[in-house]
Ligand binder design. Structure first.
Ligand code: Z5A
Length: 212
């Protein structure tokens, strides 16, 4: 069976994930890779419907445990309908956020019991793990300023306050320390071109190993 390659982007608000997902996609297409670009929450019609209800409304609309369950419901649909079929076809899947975001936002940010997240990860993901996770690290102040500068107002998570965002920044760094073979942390406090160069340097040799 063909084997694809699964890349995820993680980090706090406004770190530049969407910008870098687009840049990496252009680069990999130019190198001749077949790609699927996707995001979480969302990425399939059912998961996008869940995204609408989980991201909109007042900050306290859902408890952190309910958010965790909604994120995993959307993730299961996304995996079944988009991610696993694409990987089975040998494609490169680039996903803007994945399971590490649940550990950071709901686990560290929302203080959900890590045992619930462990159980969901085991039963819902059934061993699916990114081959490479790029964590864009940026100060909370700069990330929220960038997110605000895009316009469109705050969503439920952007409205949660600086202490929440600092907990999740630290959580992403801890995830990287605990899984150094999968995760690469990149300082996002630089020009988009400098961040992109580091992303290429992380991705391309790993893809060559898979292709070769
Ligand atoms: N969430 C969760 O709680 N649990 C989960 O399990 C999952 C997600 C999967 C999804 O929101 C929300 O869901 C998210 C976590 C939660 N929280 N929020 N809010 P989203 O998809 O709407 O947004 P996001 O993932 O948080 O990303 P973002 O805020 O849209 O930002 P970004 O993608 O990282 O950055 P960007 O759009 O590329 O750039 C932001 C601005 O900065 C933009 O104007 C760029 O032009 C600019 N930019 C980008 N790079 C640079 C550099 N290098 N320098 C200067 N300016 C830059």
């Amino acid at each position: 069976m063909a084997r694809g390659f699964f890349i995820t982007f993680e980090g706090g608000e406004g770190a530049g994930k969407s910008t870098q997902v687009r840049r990496l996609a252009e680069r990999l297409k130019a190198l001749g890779h077949e790609l699927v670009l996707t995001r979480e929450p969302g990425g399939s019609p059912g998961a996008e419907a869940i995204r609408d209800i989980v991201l909109n409304g007042p900050p306290e609309r859902w408890s952190p445990v309910t958010e965790t369950l909604l994120m995993y419901a959307s993730r299961r649909d996304h995996i079944e309908r988009v991610i696993r079929p694409a990987l089975a076809d040998g494609k490169v899947v680039i996903c803007d956020r994945f399971a590490d975001s649940t550990r950071a936002y709901q686990g560290a940010g929302g203080q959900v019991d890590p045992r619930l997240i462990d159980t969901l990860e085991t039963t819902v993901l059934e061993g699916l793990k990114p081959d490479l996770t790029l964590i864009l690290d940026l100060s909370v102040e700069e990330g929220l300023a960038r997110a605000m500068s895009r316009g469109g107002g705050e969503d439920r998570f952007e409205a949660k306050g600086a202490a929440f965002h600092e907990r999740l920044r630290q959580a992403f760094l801890e995830i990287a320390r605990n899984d150094p073979g999968r995760c690469v942390v990149l300082s996002a406090d630089r020009s988009p071109e400098a961040v992109e160069a580091d992303i290429r340097a992380a991705v391309e040799p790993r893809l060559e190993r898979v292709d070769g």
